[in-house]
Design a protein around this ligand. Structure first.
Ligand code: F6R
Length: 613
């Protein structure tokens, strides 16, 4: 969701801010804006609906005196339509600010501060700018005190960067739930919504923590405790991602690059944790206390959103009868409000690429309130979910820039396989042979991903029949149905083709009515025990003239003419077909969207990091 960048220092702030906004485009947005000082020391706020590329010429037209302080924002609309006046920064008197999050009590603040009539647009953020300006004027232009007073009266989630017109070098930052990171170098001080915007400038960053106010200046970056206004220490963390990992490397889109990176990201995830055929989480701080807890748990709950949920579902399905205690999976936005039983013998596993998804974070809080322990599987280092969890397993996939998740999914699956295998082993539910076999198959999956990538040329040829359709179906049984959920999500989110994933045996109970001539039906058939049943369901749709694409393991026999297109994957252990199937279904989605000429990396209405409910 909203991207945030602020800079105060020696460099050209326009360049830092605009490049930062371009880097943050991947988060998904619909308008953008910046604030600098003009040569007279007044705010110069420039905004645009649409892309950063539409904002850049507007900024370039402005007077070009040296600018060394600025803030920039990409907005994903929540309150108020996609209009230039609703884009950030919002300005009132001596205050200009940008915001990620939602201020829930904006209407009562508007009443309390008698703001009706003085507002331009319809956003909660504009009200906050006005309120802060009034407080600042009333309190002798004391920035820290005014920000402290503001945080006492606003309710909701926020990450704010604030400039004051009479404080030329300073940028202030506060946050509640919505993430912010900061860094300083010999070039100056930086604050951003995530570390991708900082990669070009620094190797170290600090997470802005709850209850901190940050003041960024040309030669200092200082954190204060919001209650006492005394200085506090910022903890430093290393940025392991490199500038190259955030570049397209000659690929047409980040999504295609990330699909291709899956072999190496899987390697990065598993290699540090597999030692002599056994799983070793010592470096992830899974300590004796954790092991004692694993032995004692009565149930496991897997909670996540979207693609991360699908990865969790794969793990929950595969290990249900291995660990021999209930493993249930939950949509985070439901889990946070439902009445599921959670207690101190519950292990909650959260999966999140960004580590910031608000519903997953709220589920974490709920689980802890009920006494459960939480392990999160997260990609972004230092993210909120990672920090709040009892234990964290980082997936080490590198930055995932395309909005549609690909490499994060496969490493999440590998991570939950390793974690559940480890738990099964310490509970004596499986022996060393089982563990060795899982490890061997995980390593073999690296090669299987690469083999699946070799189907790319074939897939390019078959997407025409999908891209011309309004609707499509994925069908499967057992694990193949779970893989289908992810295949369908990928196809719909980037190609805008309405795609349903269906448990194949359930089709005839209503939904088969939608199958007509040429309706694309992608059938996934890798689970040998149930393949004959699935193939019968394929016959049923073929009899209704569907256009059938069959993704099938090479060792499963099928009748000739059953499908229009057959994509074979190499014979692998049933539990590990998830990896090649993921690659094939991702490529189908990618090339279908490509054929339609769509904005693949930034699909409409979507955001990479979903920080609102
Ligand atoms: C789809 C996709 C989303 C995310 C979901 C959770 O391609 O990327 O469905 O998986 O928004 O995001 P994280 O994993 O960041 O919690």
């Amino acid at each position: 969701m909203c991207g945030i960048i602020g800079f105060s220092g020696k460099l050209d702030a326009k360049k830092v801010i605009l490049e930062g906004l371009s880097t943050l485009e991947y988060r998904g947005y619909d308008s953008c804006g910046v604030c600098f000082f003009d040569p007279n020391g007044k705010f110069n706020i420039i905004k645009s609906t649409g892309k950063v590329s539409e904002l850049i010429p507007k900024v370039d037209k402005e007077e070009t005196s040296a600018v060394h302080v600025g803030i920039g924002h990409t907005r994903w609309a929540t309150h108020g339509g996609v209009l230039t006046e609703n884009a950030h920064p919002h300005h009132a008197g001596l205050v200009s600010l940008i915001h990620n999050g939602i201020i829930e009590n904006y209407l009562s603040l508007r009443e309390q501060f008698k703001l009706t009539g003085s507002l331009e647009g319809g956003t909660d953020t504009e009200i906050v700018a006005n309120v802060l300006n009034l407080i600042y004027e009333k309190n002798g232009h004391d920035a820290l005190l005014s920000i402290q007073m503001l945080t006492k009266i606003i309710k909701g989630t926020f990450a704010f960067l604030i400039m004051f017109e009479d404080r030329k070098e300073e940028i202030y930052a506060i946050k509640h739930v919505s993430p912010l990171v900061c860094a300083s170098s010999s070039d100056g001080a930086f604050i951003a919504s995530d570390i991708t915007a900082l990669i070009p400038y620094t190797k170290e960053f600090s997470v802005v923590e709850e209850g901190m106010v940050i003041c960024a200046k040309r030669d200092s970056l200082v954190a204060y405790d919001i209650d006492t206004l005394k200085k506090v220490t910022l903890k430093k963390e290393e940025i392991t991602w490199t500038i190259d990992t955030a570049k397209k490397d000659g690929y047409t889109h980040f999504m295609l690059k990330e699909i291709h990176e899956q072999g190496s990201s899987l390697d990065n995830t598993i290699r540090p944790r597999i030692v002599d055929g056994e799983i070793d989480f010592t470096n992830d701080n899974i300590d004796d206390e954790a092991i004692r807890f694993f032995k004692d748990i009565e149930k496991i709950q897997v909670v996540a959103c979207g693609t991360a949920l699908h990865a969790g579902k794969v793990g929950a399905n595969v290990y249900q009868d291995v660990i021999k205690i209930p493993i249930d999976d939950y949509i985070a936005s439901e889990y946070r409000y439902n009445n599921t039983l959670i207690n101190d013998k519950t292990l909650v596993i959260l999966l999140s690429q960004s580590g910031e998804t608000i519903d997953t974070l709220a589920s974490l809080e709920k689980a802890k309130e009920h006494g459960a322990k939480v392990i999160s599987i997260v990609n972004v280092k230092g993210s909120t979910i990672a920090r709040e969890s009892d234990y964290v397993i980082y997936t080490h996939a590198g930055p995932e820039i395309a909005v549609a998740s690909t490499k994060a999914y496969t490493v999440q699956v590998a991570s939950i396989y390793m974690l559940l295998t480890y738990i099964a082993y310490v509970r004596n539910a499986v022996d060393k042979n089982f563990v060795n076999n899982i490890c061997k198959n995980l390593f073999a999956s690296i090669e299987n991903i690469d083999k699946a990538l070799k189907k790319e040329e074939d897939i390019k040829m078959i997407v025409k029949n999908i891209s011309s359709s309004h609707d499509a179906f994925y069908i499967g049984r057992g694990l193949d149905y779970v893989f289908s959920l992810e295949g369908a999500l990928k196809l719909k989110e980037i190609s805008y083709i309405h795609t349903e994933a269906y448990a194949a045996g359930e089709l005839k109970h209503g939904t088969i009515a939608l199958i007509e001539e040429k309706t694309p039906v992608i059938a996934v058939c890798t689970q040998k025990n149930i393949s004959s049943k699935l193939l019968s369901n394929v016959k049923e749709v073929k009899a209704r003239d569907a256009y059938v694409i069959l993704i099938i393991s090479e060792d499963i026999e099928y009748e000739k003419d059953l499908a229009d297109i057959v994509i074979k994957i190499d014979k692998v252990d049933d539990r590990f077909s998830v990896f090649p199937v993921a690659v094939i279904t991702q490529l189908i989605a990618y090339y279908t969207a490509y054929d339609k000429g769509l904005d693949i990396d930034k699909p409409r209405n979507l955001a990479k990091s979903v920080t609102v409910e």
